[in-house]
Ligand binder design. Structure first.
Ligand SMILES: [Zn+2]
Ligand SMILES: [Zn+2]
Length: 343
């Protein structure tokens, strides 16, 4: 079955929310300007601790310690909860760059990581996979004995990824299939679109490249030990996304880094389910894009008529500025440590 012609049967959710466990930037203060996105503002989302002796502080019973505020880190991890009737299912979308940040922010957000049913990896890049093994341990910790969290990854895992400057610069290796299994993950290798968790989530296959201006990472390379040499790998062709559908609203697309291109991803999502695009959430990877690429992306984005744009991670401030200028009121950028309800 080709990824371009497959269709999937997504359940229509009552509602959806997600906690941003890891994102490059944090902002505990700004309000939401899109009435379809709800989140705390003015520090109201930060957990408070009790003051041991209120009489010593003029009667103040609660304290907002700085160590309850999440930290930003280059990467992405989203704890997504889909709701339908009495059912709630949770998918962890990527795991950020380092175990320490994932563990620390999960603790600071008071997240019950055992609620995670599936861990999904969007692509083999360390800023998304670095916390993966830790996420498996946390997800399995309080599950009934022998229950294993499913870890869904694409089978095309390079031994290393990197970038060619004057010489190859390597990233750290992503977790191997053996490491994922040894940590207690139920490994699921998938390259074709499919639904999971009672059809509440769709996991895409690779994304067909349709536009002529979304070309991946200039200078991207991969190393396979079996070949013994670095090879060009600009497309990051195994990259996948996750999609949900909200009743009466439309598609909610979660994207990791958009190396496949924001527009290619949105068009492919529509080819899998021809509902209106309601929201696009995650990394748009336009931080280092040319003005022309940003212009063409914006023109095509408007044609797709999304209601909500929630850029984060590698999107970059220039494209966020462009969205706010050309599609005012539609953007609700995501920030680490914040819970968002899409209504
Ligand atoms: Zn990436
Ligand atoms: Zn990334």
């Amino acid at each position: 079955m080709s990824g371009t012609t497959a269709s999937v049967q997504l359940a229509e959710l009552d509602s959806l929310d997600f906690h941003v466990l890891i994102n490059d930037e944090i902002d505990q203060i700004s309000p939401s300007l899109n009435c379809n996105v709800r989140h705390a503002q003015s520090f109201a989302g930060v957990p408070l601790d009790e003051v041991a002796d209120p009489s010593s502080r003029g009667g103040a019973k609660m304290e907002m310690p700085m160590h309850n505020i999440c930290c930003g880190a280059h990467g992405l991890s989203l704890f997504i909860t889909a709701k339908l009737g009495t059912q709630e299912r949770t998918l962890l979308f990527d795991a950020g760059p380092e175990a320490g940040f994932l563990e620390m922010n999960a603790e600071r957000m008071r997240l019950n990581m055992s609620d995670i049913d599936v861990i999904f990896l969007s692509h083999w890049h360390r800023d998304h996979s670095g916390g993966l093994l830790s996420a498996i341990s946390l997800a399995n910790k309080d599950k009934p004995s022998h229950a294993k969290v499913t870890v869904d990854v694409h089978p095309d895992r390079p031994d290393f990824r990197g970038i060619m400057f004057r010489e190859p610069i390597s990233l750290q290796a992503d977790p191997t299939f053996a490491e994922i299994e040894a940590k207690g993950g139920e490994l699921s290798l998938s390259s074709q679109p499919k639904t999971v968790l009672g059809n509440m989530f769709m996991i895409s296959g690779s994304v067909p490249r349709q536009t002529d201006y979304e070309g991946g990472i200039p200078g991207g390379i991969r190393y396979m030990s079996s070949k013994g040499a670095w090879e060009p790998d600009e497309l990051i062709s195994e990259e996948r996304f996750v999609m949900c559908k909200i009743k009466g609203k439309g598609l909610v697309i979660f994207t990791g880094c958009s190396h496949a291109g924001l527009i290619n991803i949105a068009k492919h999502a529509k080819s899998l389910d021809d509902s209106p695009i309601y929201a696009i959430i995650g990394g748009y990877h336009l931080a280092d894009a040319s003005n022309e690429k940003m212009r063409r992306t914006m023109d095509d984005l408007k044609q797709l008529e999304p209601s909500i744009l929630m850029p984060g991670h590698c999107t970059g401030w220039r494209f966020k500025l462009l969205i706010e200028h050309e599609m005012p009121g539609q953007m609700a950028p995501i920030f680490g440590g914040t819970k968002y309800e899409v209504v």
